[in-house]
Ligand binder design. Structure first.
Ligand code: ADP
Length: 190
């Protein structure tokens, strides 16, 4: 089995975070969640955290000028080079996708697969209202979902054009969804 470099895409509330943790453990790769990185920076009060905090609370997107170098630096670290990575929350814009392609190219690396964990917008809205996270105000939820449709959904085509996209139905039991995800990854990594 080669080193896996994967992207998982999905609407906020699709279960992407939960499934990503399980997948990273199952495949021994690093789970790189840009949301987690930013939340940790906010909690620590670093310069990055101070830049990101207000944007995150309002449901906006942190700038590509911040996000691309952040991921570029992280994917050059030994643990990811050796064990691979599951990118969760990045790329979120066309510029981030191009940035990812360039940084992998520069390292002579390619993505294994980009998975679209597919859950309809009505369903994810219900789920997010129910979970009540601090940055889940109704306005912020709506804004994030709108931004997803505008900025991130077009990336599905971008990955499809490169033959990298696999769509997985995110409805159903967590373990069933997990099995579907593993089947797609194993098929791509055969
Ligand atoms: P969710 O999937 O619920 O939006 P995340 O944990 O992925 O949660 O991200 C939380 C917030 O962090 C986002 O709403 C956004 O403000 C910021 N963020 C995370 N990743 C990125 C990214 N790649 N580009 C821009 N902003 C990001």
């Amino acid at each position: 089995m080669s080193v896996l470099r994967m992207v998982i895409l999905g609407r906020q509330g699709s279960g992407k975070g939960t499934q990503s943790l399980r997948l990273a453990e199952a495949y021994g790769c690093v789970h790189l969640s840009t949301g987690d990185v930013l939340r940790a920076a906010v909690a620590e009060g670093t310069q990055l955290g101070r830049q990101a905090e207000a944007i995150m609370t309002s449901g906006g997107l942190v700038g590509d000028d911040i996000m691309i170098p952040l991921v570029q630096e992280r994917i050059g670290k030994d643990d990811i080079v050796a064990n691979g990575v599951l990118l969760d929350g990045f790329p979120r814009t066309a510029d981030q996708a191009n940035g990812l392609e360039s940084m992998l190219d520069a390292r002579g690396q390619r993505l294994t697969v980009a998975i679209n964990l597919d859950v309809a917008v009505e369903e994810v809205t219900q789920r997010m209202m129910a979970r009540g996270r601090e940055d889940d105000s109704e306005d912020a939820i709506t804004r994030r979902l709108d931004l997803y449709e505008a900025e991130t959904a077009p990336l599905l085509d971008w990955f499809a054009e490169r033959g990298l996209l696999a769509t997985v139905d995110g409805l159903g039991e967590e373990s069933d969804v997990f099995d579907r995800l593993k089947a797609v990854i194993d098929q791509r990594n055969a």
